[in-house]
Structure formats: structure tokens, C-alpha cells
Design a binder for this molecule. Structure first.
Ligand code: Z5A
Length: 211
């Protein structure tokens, strides 16, 4: 797959309750204020077919879904998302801001479920070719504290029913990936107050916008 990327691709990652939603609004506003045409989206999800897959993988009634099915559904949703929304937007010069992407697959299906990273890498290459995010914010905080924040929400989805140990593996995988790719993945300390978290994000964005 050859993508003529004129826009930029920014993703947000992290474990439960780290504040992705709150900070996505902040990022979107900064970019729009800078006159950038922004497309905001999420994974799994985006276009209607990918949103249908999202409902399936988050549905708590799907308790017999096997790990490989879950992995393949994530990439099926992603293939459609890339084809229908992300690639056309990037080729049109827009900046795409996405709530989770393939780092989440490495973290949840790889770290959490224990699927070999090399198998995920094969699907990544198949579905994305060489397309990778230009910049990824990893909102990081102790799993226990994030779960406490997230517990204020109503209905847990299928992932939110997992135990703390699962999310410790997810966090560890995210941090390992950030360490391996420090230029792309910026670790943001998500523990302090929202304005302090946003200050860190704002500093990274200022650098990008100045380039
Ligand atoms: N998944 C996967 O397994 N494989 C994949 O490849 C992909 C995804 C792409 C859906 O993701 C699930 O899909 C996800 C992984 C899996 N499951 N899990 N877990 P999702 O992103 O839609 O779901 P989520 O992780 O549960 O995200 P969320 O619900 O949007 O949470 P959040 O955005 O991180 O948190 P928030 O709603 O912005 O904040 C939580 C609360 O904390 C809220 O009350 C805020 O007001 C508060 N908050 C936020 N920041 C602060 C600060 N700094 N201080 C105090 N309070 C704060």
C-alpha cells in the first residue's frame, strides 16, 4: 500500500481511565486554532462497518469470543477505517487524530491476551503497509488509579471486565513500545490534574507545529 501522506497522523493511547477523551478535545482544539483541518476518529470504529465491529468486540455478551477472533476483528475494523476514512483524509492534507490505533492491539491483544507480537506484526504489515502514526501520545499512570477514575462510568464493556493484572500487562507493553520508539511515542504523565496533563501535551504539539 502506497499512501501519499500530506497530512499528519496522531494517535492517543493508554490504559483504562487515563483521560484520552478529555485530552482528545484539547488536541483537536489546539490544531483547529492553528488553522489545521482535523479529522477526529477512534478505534475500533470510525466508519459504520468498523463501528459495527466495535459493538461486537465490546459487547459483554460475547464472552466466548476467542483471542484470535478478537485480534482479527480489530484488524478488520482497521482495514475498513484506513480505506474509508484515514487514508483519504491524510491524502487530502488533513490531520487525523485517532483515539487508539495499532499500539492498542500490541498492548491489549499482545500484552493482555498473550498473542505473540510477531503475529500482530504480520497483520500490521498486511493491513497498513508502511503506514504508521507520525506521533503517539501515551497517557500513562498507575493502573489502579486509572481504574478508579474509570469506575465512575456506568456500564463496563467487555475489556473493562478484565482484572487489574490484565491491565498491568497492557501498560507494560505500551511502555516497552514507547521506549523502543521514543521519537514517535511521547509518554505523558496522566496522574496530575487535567491542566498539568494538557500542559505536557501542549509542549509536544508546539514543537510539531513549529516544524
Ligand atoms: N482495544 C483493543 O483491545 N485493541 C485494539 O486494537 C483497539 C482497542 C484499537 C475500547 O477503547 C476498547 O478497545 C479498549 C481497548 C480495546 N478497552 N479498554 N479498556 P476505548 O478507548 O473506547 O475505551 P476506554 O479505554 O475505556 O477509553 P475511555 O472510556 O474513552 O476512557 P479515557 O478516554 O481514557 O478516559 P476519560 O473518559 O477521558 O476519563 C476517565 C475519567 O477520568 C473521566 O471522569 C474524566 O473526567 C476523568 N479524568 C480525566 N483526566 C483526569 C485528570 N487528569 N485528573 C482527574 N480526573 C481525570
Amino acid at each position: 500500500m502506497v499512501v501519499n501522506m500530506k497530512g499528519r497522523f496522531i494517535t492517543l493511547e493508554g490504559t483504562e481511565g487515563v483521560g484520552k477523551t478529555s485530552n482528545l478535545n484539547f488536541i483537536e482544539n489546539i490544531l483547529r486554532d492553528a488553522g489545521i483541518d482535523v479529522v477526529r476518529t477512534r478505534e475500533p470504529g470510525g466508519p459504520p462497518l468498523s463501528e459495527t465491529i466495535r459493538k461486537m468486540v465490546l459487547d459483554t455478551h460475547q464472552d466466548d469470543i476467542c483471542d484470535d477472533t478478537e485480534l482479527l476483528l480489530m484488524f478488520a475494523a482497521r482495514a475498513q477505517h484506513l480505506h474509508q476514512l484515514i487514508i483519504p483524509a491524510l491524502e487530502a492534507g488533513k490531520w487525523v487524530v485517532c483515539d487508539r490505533f495499532t499500539d492498542a492491539t500490541y498492548a491489549y491483544q499482545g500484552g493482555g491476551r498473550g498473542i505473540d507480537q510477531s503475529r500482530i506484526a504480520i497483520l500490521e504489515k498486511w493491513v497498513q503497509g508502511d503506514l504508521r502514526p507520525d506521533l503517539t501520545f501515551l497517557l500513562d499512570m498507575p493502573v489502579e488509579d486509572g481504574l478508579a477514575r474509570a469506575s465512575s462510568r456506568s456500564e463496563p464493556d467487555r475489556f473493562e471486565l478484565e482484572k487489574q493484572d490484565f491491565f498491568e500487562h497492557v501498560r507494560h507493553t505500551y511502555l516497552r513500545r514507547a521506549k523502543a520508539e521514543p521519537e514517535r511515542v511521547k509518554i505523558i504523565d496522566a496522574s496530575p490534574s487535567l491542566d498539568k496533563v494538557q500542559h505536557q501535551i501542549g509542549e509536544v504539539l508546539s514543537e510539531i507545529l513549529a516544524q
